[in-house]
Design a protein. Structure first.
Length: 344
């Protein structure tokens, strides 16, 4: 029985076109700024997001951390959602590497309130760290891949800038957000000071993420990347796949949203499982499973034994994420296996 891997869109494999591009890519030493394929990818990414410049890094985690380090100095304060990926899943790097002080502001359904952000910015005082940065996330992972509407996003940026803060957008899945919102990704990039997105999720590259911003900011992020050990040599083998992704894989993300809807509707027909359909805006499906009477780990084991991989969100949820590897037929097979596993 072949496993159906719905654990994450990070599980995607590169396309044949990507592998062919990797094999034939012109290469140079990127640390000396001499890799022509990296240059081409960075120009393409900057143009697509409407920014002056871009920088290739190894991972989304490194991209976020490099941006934090470029925006703020140790001891400075960062306004951030405690449910955000940077706060929750990046090993405390904002504190233990960048040396920054988080000021948590709770989101609701993955969306921050501009009034809450404004209230969190304290006046200058000898006793307080200096507030420097607002971090946003779109799509929002822990809310189920939800999208911040463009007008709310713009209002958050206006609020931050009026308080003297820079804005960084963790846009790991920004193209998913843009497709769901019916706008160009550059619309979300327009009002932020930096943005990162991943090549290695729904876009299907084997690795890599991009930072975009002004030329001045990218110079700072490049220095931070180097400090983090991210200097690269013939990085064109990464960039070649990224070019294919940006030129041919963005629009098809809508297919992943459609299969996520199909999956969510089917899961709601299985006794013991429940999905709030209004949260399924992109390619993530958060499933409430307390009706099964099983713990998250026990249910994940049952699903795996049935040939379906999911990721846990204990104590009462697990998560599926759709990608190009699952068409409607695969989703229907996954639902059949999940139904049998829960019934057993």
């Amino acid at each position: 029985m072949e496993l159906i891997n719905l654990r994450s869109d990070t599980q995607t494999l590169p396309t044949q076109a990507m592998l062919d591009a990797i094999a034939s890519a012109p290469l140079g030493d990127d640390t000396y700024d001499e890799d022509p394929t990296v240059h081409r990818l960075e120009r393409l990414a900057a143009d697509m997001l409407g920014k002056e410049a871009a920088l290739l890094v190894i991972s989304g985690n490194m991209a976020n951390l490099a941006c934090l380090m470029a925006h703020a100095a140790p001891g400075d304060e960062v306004i951030i959602d405690p449910e955000s990926h940077i706060f929750y899943y990046e090993v405390g790097g904002l504190a233990n590497v960048a040396g920054l002080m988080p000021m948590p502001v709770q989101s609701r359904g993955g969306r921050l309130d501009p009034d809450d952000v404004a209230a969190a910015v304290r006046p200058r005082n000898l006793h307080y760290p200096v507030p420097r940065l607002l971090c946003l996330e779109n799509t929002h992972n822990r809310s189920g891949g939800r999208v911040t509407p463009l007008e709310l996003h713009r209002e958050l940026c206006r609020t931050a800038h009026s308080k003297g803060l820079a804005v960084h957008l963790d846009g790991a899945r920004i193209f998913n957000a843009a497709i769901a919102a019916g706008v160009r990704a550059s619309a979300y990039a327009e009002d932020v000071d930096s943005l990162m997105f991943c090549l290695s999720k729904g876009l299907s590259c084997p690795l890599g993420s991009m930072i975009v911003g002004s030329k001045e900011f990218i110079l700072k992020a490049d220095a931070a990347r180097k400090r983090l050990g991210g200097g690269m040599r013939q990085a064109g083998i990464i960039a070649a796949a990224g070019i294919v992704a940006l030129e041919s894989m963005v629009d098809r993300l809508a297919d992943d949203h459609a299969t996520a809807q199909r999956l969510a509707r089917g899961l709601n027909e299985i006794p013991g499982l429940s999905v709030e359909m209004e949260t399924v805006e992109t390619n993530m499906v958060y499933v409430e499973h307390t009706g099964t009477g099983l713990s998250t780990s026990a249910l994940l084991d049952k699903l795996k034994a049935a040939g379906v991989l999911a990721s846990g969100r204990p104590p009462g949820h697990f998560r599926f994420v759709t990608s190009r590897h699952q068409d409607a037929a695969v989703i229907d097979e996954a639902l059949d296996r999940v139904r049998k596993a829960v019934e057993a």
